[in-house]
Every structure is written in structure tokens, then in C-alpha cells.
Design a protein around this ligand. Structure first.
Ligand code: CP
Ligand code: NVA
Length: 315
């Protein structure tokens, strides 16, 4: 092997937004996630990524993303390197392309949580190894991967179903919309005025898979799943006070859940603020599956890392 050859044997694929995989590849990932979760619950050793290293770069805070990727990689037999802006040259203005070239020569896979989508795209452009989006201002694909897997576990296929989005037109909303277009369900979208989704930013082909509602209660009417997110996402803290006023009516409460389907689920990517975007009765109530949703981050991301590094594993 040439001394400068990349380490990977599988063609490099990145996971920068939900639309980077096909519906058929998602079906494969959901099946693998179920099998990998079964092995985890049975303490069955599964080390397909022995000797592989995941670099995790965090430019924003995290609990779930860090724990799920780190624990997941160890469970697959690999190891991790954790970098933040504050403790690496990333915070001292080393160019992204140089960081990407260096980090991707020493590791097999990179997960990045950062601000603009353009940053992760640039990193991927100069990376020799697959890059995974662990959240940007625009998208949070690993979260929606977990959310849809959780829906399937509880209710079966999401195709043809209605997902009500109540809140900010943010990274989560954009990613739900991409998923709806790809997997064949509908999003009922209700955002306060001034916080709407931008179809171009969300990267949608058309508006066929979503409907916009002024009143969040109307968006929840007949929904199979009701979901929301914080009023103020990371990076937007300066807008906190203005957002508190604008979002006051966008709190998922029992009235909203009552107009949804009787077996509707409630999801939230977490962290949650009870009394702001969701009432305690709803998030701690019987329709909420938020803890399964959080746990499933790890199982689906293990399936994703397996897929990106080894291709389709069928065993
Ligand atoms: N849902 C989610 O991504 O959580 P963290 O910010 O804790 O990683
Ligand atoms: N929209 C939130 C999600 C946190 C997991 C944020 O970007 O801060």
C-alpha cells in the first residue's frame, strides 16, 4: 500500500443531511439498528469496528450526542477522540480544510457538531473518511434517524402518517421535512410568525410533503406524532427574550395532544424546558416516548457507523 493511501476500503460516503441516504438505505439502517439494539440488550459482543477510531468535534454543548457516539463506538470495538473548539487548534483559526486533512489521516470516521452547514460541508470536502453531522444550525439528521426508528418500534411504518411540528423552523424542523419527502409522510408545520421554515435552506424539492398552520392546535389535529423543540436553539441565545414572547402559544399541552390521534406519540429531541415548548403533563405523560427516543440515538448511530465504514452488513 502506498504510504499516502487512505485507510478506508469502502467508498467514502458522508452523512451531512437526511437526504444523503435513500429510502432503501434507511430501511437497511432501521433493520440493522434493531439487530444491533438486540445484541446490546443481550450483552452479545459485537466488535466489527475493532481498531477503528471516531473523531468527535464539538463546537457546541452536548449530552446525548456525545454519550451516544462515544458509548456506541466503544461497544462496536472501536475508540474515540474527543475535540472541542476550546481545547484544539480549531478554536485558534486553523483552516477547516487543514484540520480535515489532518484529522482524517489519523481516524476512520469524523462526527462534527458545529454552526453553519457550510463548515461541515467544507470539512467533508477535504476529509478522506466519512463525516457525520452531529447537529448544525440547519440540520440534525442523527436525531431524526432515531426519532423515526422510535416511531417504527412503537407504531410500525411512518409512511402515510402525519407528524405535527410545533415550534421553531429550525434544524429539527428542516430535517423532519427532508425525511417526510424521502420516506413518504406529511409534516403539519406550525411556527410563530418570523420563525418559519425556509424551503430552500431545508433543501426540499417541493412543498408537497408539508402543510403550514397558523394555529399550533390545528397542526396537531389528527396527527400520529406530535413533536417540538426548544424555543431558542444553541447559537441563538441573544434572541432569547424576543423568542420567549413570540413562542408563548407554541407549548405542546394536553389540549394539543387531545386533538391528535388517540394513540399519537409525543417526541422531543431534548434537552426540554417544561412549561415552555412542552408542558410537564405531556413530556412526562403516557404518550411521551422521549427516553426511548434518546436511547435510540445510540442504536441507530451504531448502525450508521457500521454502514459508513463496512457497507451493508447482513449478519
Ligand atoms: N438531542 C441532542 O442532540 O441532545 P444533545 O444536545 O444533548 O446532544
Ligand atoms: N434545535 C436545538 C436542538 C438541540 C439538540 C439546537 O440546535 O440547539
Amino acid at each position: 500500500m502506498s504510504p499516502t493511501a487512505p485507510l478506508t476500503t469502502v467508498p467514502v460516503r458522508h452523512y451531512l443531511q437526511f437526504s444523503d441516504l435513500s429510502a432503501e438505505e434507511y430501511a437497511h439502517l432501521f433493520a440493522r439498528a434493531a439487530e444491533i439494539k438486540r445484541k446490546f440488550k443481550a450483552y452479545e459482543k459485537y466488535h466489527p469496528l475493532a481498531d477503528r477510531t471516531l473523531a468527535m468535534i464539538f463546537e457546541k454543548a452536548s449530552t446525548r450526542t456525545r454519550v451516544s457516539f462515544e458509548a456506541g463506538m466503544y461497544q462496536l470495538g472501536g475508540s474515540v477522540v474527543h475535540l472541542t473548539t476550546g481545547d484544539s487548534q480549531l478554536g485558534r483559526a486553523e483552516p477547516i480544510e487543514d484540520s480535515a486533512r489532518v484529522i482524517s489521516r489519523m481516524t476512520d470516521l469524523v462526527m462534527i457538531r458545529t454552526y453553519g452547514q457550510d463548515k461541515i460541508e467544507k470539512f467533508a470536502q477535504y476529509s478522506r473518511v466519512p463525516v457525520i453531522n452531529g447537529l448544525t444550525n440547519e440540520f440534525h439528521p442523527c436525531q431524526i434517524l432515531a426519532d423515526i426508528f422510535t416511531y417504527i418500534e412503537h407504531r410500525g411504518s411512518i409512511q402515510g402518517k402525519v407528524v405535527a411540528w410545533v415550534g421553531d423552523g429550525n434544524n429539527m424542523a428542516n430535517t423532519w421535512l427532508q425525511a417526510a419527502e424521502l420516506l413518504g409522510f406529511t409534516v403539519h408545520l406550525s411556527t410563530p410568525s418570523g420563525y418559519e421554515v425556509d424551503q430552500a435552506v431545508a433543501g426540499l424539492r417541493s412543498s408537497a410533503s408539508y402543510k403550514v398552520f397558523k394555529d399550533p392546535q390545528d397542526a396537531c389535529q389528527g396527527a400520529d406524532l406530535v413533536t417540538t423543540d426548544v424555543w431558542t436553539s444553541m447559537g441563538f441565545e441573544a434572541e432569547n427574550e424576543a423568542r420567549k414572547k413570540a413562542f408563548a402559544d407554541w407549548c405542546v399541552d394536553t389540549d394539543m395532544m387531545q386533538v391528535a390521534q388517540p394513540d399519537a406519540l409525543f417526541m422531543h429531541c431534548l434537552p426540554a424546558h417544561r412549561g415552555e415548548e412542552v408542558s410537564a403533563e405531556v413530556i412526562d405523560g403516557p404518550q411521551s416516548v422521549v427516553w426511548d427516543e434518546a436511547e435510540n440515538r445510540m442504536h441507530v448511530q451504531k448502525a450508521l457507523m457500521e454502514f459508513l465504514l463496512l457497507g451493508r452488513v447482513s449478519a
